[in-house]
Design a protein around this ligand. Structure first.
Ligand code: FES
Ligand code: FE2
Length: 331
């Protein structure tokens, strides 16, 4: 189906996680970022991204192959180096000059936190360095990606929400008898909004905890880009903490792919699969709700939905999106 590239002055200059790094090999693959088809592939020099369109006759470069670090278009075999420059047109007589316009549109591409990241515009900032997802005293695990038929903004808002834990994740991350939230305040800085010291009673302790009964965890949640957020859930009695980073790839305005890293500073002896399966289960519970929400796009006009004082973080998020000028996934 033909999909037009979505125009967004903020998101097109952001980095988006597009693929699991462990799964990207030399063979190119096609992904979609803001409605734009993108081909990504790996060579000895690193990871690369191009607009998934050969300038010659519009074939998809992701259907081609890599040969000696050169990407070959599957249609007429034009060859592109990693800067996007065409270096060989097989049908052209040897010795003739390659037309200067014969180029693939290269995008910024990098590997971090277990994902391949692409920016289809000019990166407005570097990806932040978060030690809890990168340094060896923690154990980061890539989860997902999860396809959600909803706007990425709705997914981020859900990630920042506390009041659903006792219902959507009832029995796991909350209990309806402990639904009342304390007063909290949202802190806004230039490049982030966050909230901290929020205690939440949870019926089951996390995998690898020495607690068998319920525990009160202390949360900190932060949104640091329009479609990227992280949280910490800590047990103050023993210093155990779990971090989660969630970043959403806006595939189209109403479909997204959610990438997540969970990282822990405890229970390295517990099978990693337990932590990944737990996230799969919890995120599936979220996705089922998010996909039912109307309007599909997040209303930035605060009169459109009923905003309560317990929604302070979500209100701050909507205000921030408006201030930044984010268009995709909002109305
Ligand atoms: S369309 Fe790519 S080489 Fe012709
Ligand atoms: Fe949730």
């Amino acid at each position: 189906m033909y999909q037009k590239r979505l125009q967004d002055p903020v998101l097109e200059n952001d980095w988006h996680a597009v693929y699991l790094a462990s799964e990207l090999k030399e063979q190119p693959v096609g992904v979609m970022v803001l409605g734009e088809r993108v081909a990504i592939y790996r060579t000895k020099k690193g990871v690369h991204a191009f607009q998934d369109l050969c300038i010659h006759r519009g074939a998809m470069l992701s259907k081609g192959w890599v040969q000696d670090d050169i990407l070959v278009c599957p249609y007429h075999g034009w060859q592109y180096d990693s800067s996007g420059q065409c270096v060989c047109i097989p049908a052209q007589p040897r010795g003739e000059k390659i037309p200067p316009r014969a180029k693939a549109q290269a995008y910024s591409c990098m590997e971090k936190y277990g994902f391949i990241w692409v920016c289809i515009g000019e990166p407005s900032a570097e990806l932040p360095h978060f030690e809890e997802f990168a340094d060896p005293q923690f154990r980061p695990l890539a989860c997902g990606p999860y396809t959600v038929h909803a706007a990425g903004t709705r997914v981020i808002e859900n990630f920042t929400d506390f009041a659903h834990l006792m219902f959507v994740h009832q029995g796991l991350l909350g209990h309806p008898d402990y639904a009342e939230l304390p007063d909290f305040k949202v802190i806004k800085e230039k490049e982030r909004i966050y909230i901290e010291d929020v205690p939440i009673f949870q019926p089951v302790a996390h995998s690898g905890s020495d607690k068998s009964e319920g525990t009160t965890y202390v949360y900190r949640k932060e949104v640091y880009r329009p479609l990227s957020a992280r949280l910490t859930k800590a047990d103050p009695s023993n210093g155990q903490a779990l971090w989660i980073m969630l970043t959403v790839l806006p595939v189209t305005a109403e479909e997204c792919l959610v990438f997540m890293v969970v990282s822990r500073n405890y229970a390295f002896d517990v099978d990693d699969a337990n932590f990944i399966q737990f996230q799969d289960m919890v995120f599936d519970q979220d996705a089922r709700i998010i996909e039912t929400q109307k309007p599909e796009l997040l209303p930035l006009d605060l009169q459109v939905e009923l905003n309560h004082k317990v929604d302070l973080f979500s209100i701050a998020y909507r205000r921030w999106l408006k201030e930044l000028g984010v268009v995709v996934g909002t109305i």
